[in-house]
Write a protein that binds this ligand. Sequence first.
Ligand code: SAM
Length: 276
Amino acid sequence: MEVWFTEDQTKNLRISIRVKEVLFSGESLFQKVLVMDTFEFGRLLALDNVIQTNIKDEFVYHEMITHVGLNTHPNPKKVLIIGGGDGGAVREIVKHKGVEQVVHVEIDQMVIDVAKKYFPELSIGFKDPRVEILVADGIKHVKDHKNTYDMIIVDSTDPIGPAVGLFSKEFYRDVFESLTEDGLFVAQTETPFFFENVIKEVIASVSEIFPIMRLFQAVVPTYPGGYWAFTMGSKKHDPLSVDMDKLPVMDTKWYSPEIHKSAFVLQPFVQALLKG
Ligand code: SAM
């Protein structure tokens, strides 16, 4: 008998993936946690039936949510990551030798535990001595840590449940306060194909608070629309002004100096969102 996992990506759109084996199914204080081995994408993590990551395409998202910002800031030493309990983003952050401390604030211990057990190729970064893991709410953490981080990464679930506040103007203000004087942040901000209102609101809030706001994009096959947007808010450094010749060539599969530049080239329908 064939077993299929189906995610409702919107009210009217579903994605189905054929399952080899269910490896873990549990319910945490915050969400339903499901790990499956799938034919097309290998091991895959879903939270409340929404695909978070998988072995086949995870590198795109994790490289883009980290390296674009880390290579825009000239000297990021202290980095905060909110969410991202699978560990993929942490694995990429610790590739930067200049980073001295990574504070990882994930609200759900169960996500960290399944990542350690079922996704060792993602959670490997947790072992780096520079990484401190806190099981806590990222919204409160930024409120309580002013003028602390050079870069903040918001690797959150969609704006539902505990992640709603991670898309609010109040949160972006707290992120601004939590950054040092030339700090910057990057957040995953959904797809312009189906969640244009989320993106419009984020753009409006971030532009009001940060002198520099930039949207960039990447292709993630398992996310709705296959096209994903990230938003950067920066106090001083502009990702468009980085000298491509000075960008490091990294051990990556999606990110490169050329991709750093081209990710900001937006299609006219996305540019239209920027105009409001
Ligand atoms: N790559 C993913 C995506 O876009 O689908 C995000 C993956 S990561 C697993 C998202 C994590 O954010 C989840 O583990 C969830 O528990 C965590 N999270 C949600 N709200 C949070 C909050 N307020 N503070 C800290 N972590 C939060």
